[in-house]
Design a protein around this ligand. Structure first.
Ligand code: ATP
Ligand code: MG
Length: 283
């Protein structure tokens, strides 16, 4: 486990030699006008890895996702995706290259039908990445994973329940054929049951070889899915380690995230979440 406390600019974790780095971020800064939301963020995601970024409210998790997907400008630093510098690229260009962002709040187009949302996801990604899979075969796969969406295919996305909207967001990601999936708070607003389902779908994506960067306030759920994790505090990475290391050092979570060691209702809830959650632990 590495701590970058007091060591500005130090890389918070790094790729093992000889492995393929899919995303490399060096000294990235991002701001909203005078508000500096990300400072000196450096990290890497290797092909096939699942990496979690955890942090309290306002830590900068969503800003990190927005900066990587071209929604928020990168003030300085360098972001390289699959060997290509992507600073300043537009979100639609990045989707076409396989960098797909499911934003906080799902990002579905509320006035369009479920089918139209899925078709658009396919159209946005298909120009630059022709592949063997057809729209119909991916649509069928999405409907098999999410039978509810087949039933609701003609309904406006805005009329779906929160859980169905999250399913649609994940199905859109499937239709986009991501190489790197950035997903922001997959469990936000969902019941514990639906949150487990969302994480189970992510673990299927992971098993299919999709590289995932997930940000979550549900720290244990995120680390249970991920190989490695980074803790973001006030826009800076302060600690990184394997999920195993972070999960087995609750004092880290307590120090940086305010999660109590024992006995809090929140922790009991998280323990329940993970014990009934058949996913890989650690990396
Ligand atoms: N559109 C915006 N305009 C100005 N400031 C913003 C904007 N969005 C976020 N911020 C600020 O940037 C900082 C980081 O916010 P961000 O939404 O990235 O945090 P977060 O970790 O995703 O929080 P949460 O857990 O609540 O989703 C916060 O101080 C926030 O107030
Ligand atoms: Mg957020």
């Amino acid at each position: 486990m590495e701590s970058s406390d007091g060591v500005p600019g130090e890389k918070a974790g790094g790729a093992a030699p000889g492995t393929d780095v899919l995303l490399s971020v060096k000294s990235m800064h991002a701001s909203y006008g005078p508000i500096r939301a990300l400072r000196n963020c450096s990290f890497e995601v290797r092909a096939g890895e699942t990496v979690a970024v955890v942090g309290a409210n306002g830590a900068g998790k969503s800003t990190l996702m927005r900066a990587l997907s071209g929604v928020v400008p990168i003030a300085s630093g360098e972001v390289v995706f699959d060997g290509v510098r992507i600073n300043g690229r537009m979100p639609h260009e990045l989707v076409a290259q396989g960098l797909v962002h499911i934003p906080e709040g799902r990002g579905t187009l509320r006035h369009m039908s479920v089918w139209e949302n899925l078709r658009l996801a396919w159209d946005m990604s298909s120009n630059m990445r022709p592949g063997k899979r057809t729209f119909d075969s991916l649509l069928e796969e999405a409907f098999q994973r999410f039978p509810r969406l087949r039933e609701r295919h003609a309904q406006a996305a805005g009329n779906l329940s929160g859980g169905e909207q999250q399913m649609l967001a994940l199905a859109r990601a499937l239709l986009s054929r991501p190489r790197l999936l950035l997903i922001d708070e997959p469990s936000l607003g969902l019941s514990p049951l639906l949150a487990r389902e969302a994480f189970a779908v992510l673990s299927e994506f992971r098993a299919d070889g999709v590289t995932i960067l997930v940000v979550e306030q549900n720290v244990r759920a995120a680390l249970s899915l991920a190989d490695r994790g980074y803790v973001l505090r006030s826009g800076e990475f302060v600690v990184s380690g394997t999920s195993q290391e972070l999960l087995h050092h609750p004092e880290i979570l307590s120090q940086y995230l305010g999660i109590k060691h024992q006995g809090s209702a929140d922790q009991v809830r998280m323990r329940k979440f993970t014990t009934s959650f058949p996913l890989k632990w650690g990396g």
